[in-house]
Design a binder for this molecule. Sequence first.
Ligand code: UT7
Length: 335
Amino acid sequence: MNKQTNAGILGTGWYVPEGRVTNFDLENMVDTSDAWIRTRTGICERRKAAADQPVSDLALRAARMALEDANMAAEAVDLIIVATLTGDQIIPSTACRLQDALGAKHAAAFDLSAACSGFVYASATACQFIETGVYRHVLVIGAETLSKVIDWTDRNTCVLFGDGAGAALYGPVEDGLGVLAFDLGSDGAGGDALAIPAGGSLHPMTEQRLHAGDQFVHMDGKAVFRFAVRILGETVEKSLGRCGMTKEEIDHLVPHQANIRILEAAEKRLRLPREKVVVNIERYGNMSAASIPVALSEAAHAHRFRKGDTIALAGFGAGLTWASCIMKWAKEDIL
Ligand code: UT7
């Protein structure tokens, strides 16, 4: 590809709803315990959107913060990509609703479906438009209201997930900075391991399906766990290889936050000390496409990154999908 410019992050933002569900709250709802949830997953609490709060509202707040952080007007955005599995409606896309709410008059907009890998898939897509000179500024958002698609009586899933949104504005950056390499992958044969069975054209919603709870997330936790432990390290190693870098050169890993034990396995494989891994699972649980951008933005605004630091993003999830990228942080840290 004829690369005209490097693409990197110019600003980030995040938003989580005010409603909190603690492990102790869950003890009163299903047969579980704070001790089980903390030791098996690392989660202490998660956020829950209000009943009348659609995912676009979370996305809008994160997007506004990212634009402000980049000192950029909404009119300067050329493209909006929203990675989500909990869009406001089937149509129109959440990205189109966001385009209107933001006043991003000149932006094209679409949603991207890659579940928990969605933010990295969308980031890789954004970079293609920028690197080829087609667009200058692409707003990428990972946003979820998983609380609306989980069965709050199913202890296998309801303890794991949370709501939130994270955003990054991508644009042209100096030579040697920004996104250096990425790895995207899929294995559709594993699709049943993590799915919302009904509500699409395969199984349109019927009373029977509704009664069976097929509108909710169903997960074979063990199968996804085994896949995640293998793929997280593997995809980061692939991305590193593509830009000629080694594990030792990673300054920060921002992984999908599904289970602390999955992160510990990745730390071991990539020989990364905990200080280099951005972890917020204890406060937010698994926010699917929002996990990585919320962690990234929180860390950036906490001044964890210096210009030129090497950052690896890595996600995995339903599809099955996985995705990673290596970037050199392009933003000056202003204290
Ligand atoms: O973002 C998408 C990617 N998603 C993931 O990466 C999730 C990957 N999977 C996981 O994180 C883990 O598999 C879980 C956290 C979902 C489950 O942990 P586990 O260590 O694999 O537990 P398990 O499913 O083997 O269950 C162990 C026991 C079972 O009881 P028995 O059969 O041994 O009597 C479960 O019924 O724990 C029981 N259990 C619970 N107990 C209390 C399952 N969920 C709960 C619960 N509270 N919430």
